[in-house]
Design a protein around this ligand. Sequence first.
Ligand code: ZN
Length: 498
Amino acid sequence: MKSKLVFSIALITCVIFSYAQDKVLMDASNSIRIDELKEKMYTYSSDEFEGKDTPSRGQELAVAYLANHYKNLKIPSVKKNSYFQPVPLQFESKPKISLNISDKDFKYYDDYISYKNGPDKSYKDEDIIYAGFGIEDNKYSDYKNLDVNGKIVIVIGGEPKNKNDEFFINGKQKSKWSNIRQEINLKSEIAKSKGALALIIVDEYLHRRYSYRFRYSDSEKGRKRMELGNEESNNFQVLLFSEKHKEFLSNENLKLNMNFKKDVQTFSADNVAAIIRGIEFPDEYVILTAHLDHVGIQNGEIYNGADDNGSGTVALLEIAEAFALAKEQGYSPKRSVVFLHVTAEERGLLGSEYYADYDPLVPINNTIANLNMDMMGRADPNRGIKNLNYVYVIGSDILSDDLHKINLEANEKYAFLELDFRYNDINDPNQFYYRSDHYHFVKNNIPSIFYFSGVHEDYHKPTDTAEKILYEPYKRRVKLIFHTAWGLANSKDKIKLK
Ligand SMILES: [Zn+2]
């Protein structure tokens, strides 16, 4: 009798407890409402913020607005005493550079370009050493028995294939490095770690692509290039060479002479970061991201950027509000949840690169998942299917099955969207998996989902405005992300990598 009674009390307590928790979760979820989304969307994409270019007065007003939101909700900053993480940036123009190799002169743009700035420096008769594809992996290495310390390393683009015409490293038809920025960065990291003085990549496609782009952006007409301005991302020289000199460059005992002086203007812009600390596993982090910037004013017209990326920004603000509401009712998440708004996405995913590679405000190794929101408030006119209550889900099952599962469950219970996985493919020609801020988490092996509703006729136009957002599907997408984040933060076990 007694034990039965104890059991019944325990059961009832349990039911009440779980009922209370469900109610708190539903209240939090129901706080994501169209009227609130609308109000924030009209504010964030108003003319007052002047298109939020990096850097600009409008963007400074925008980050102040974001910080204020967290302050009002009493959600603390990640950093002590400040919601802002200054990101060092620089505008880059054509460097002062002259280059010859074993008495042969080379012409800037036509023959080569400086893709990444190293320190200002004179190179005198430096040895050049050939290192194949410039790859080092546990299955394959071009650096075996090669001492490149203090030398200029020269490599070719791409990666080797085996006799089945598959790429050596991942055994697939498609290169592991289908993102070219990633290829250049990885090859440069490897050469740098071996003590090389500089890296030359000889590749027609890479050279053509970037010389064309740099020639334009270095000219009067072009918009200047922007890169990170911190010392560590500017301490190694990378040159891209055209293949027209491939034969000459394959000679042995070549010597390089080069004078290099960069031409940059440095400044900083802010990421904004807030956190709700977990109560059970506070040192495990779920990080939610959205870029806060857009492309500013061009030819006198303000680019309001409602979908890009007012939609991701406002979603993040509403999700933070829902978590804060639950916390107020006594339900803090088990794991910590970080709300990160990143700058300079439109300039090459720079705010997220700085966060992930140089200054993660919480340990990157304990960051268990990333949910990224970018352009999620419209409909894709090319989708050709009438149901507007859909969302493109990109990346959910690429690094973790658990992440995929949690997202599916959140949708089935709370968001009722058609999940469209057509771009969930690392080989998709649109390359969406590499094109927003989640990429810098993915490359650090952090499972990520990119939530996206597609490109449309107002993409990067002054007509991307607040009244064109489709608020009903948008609201459901925000709910989906909130519940997925909730699931990630509160699951019994932390999600596993594949
Ligand atoms: Zn965007």
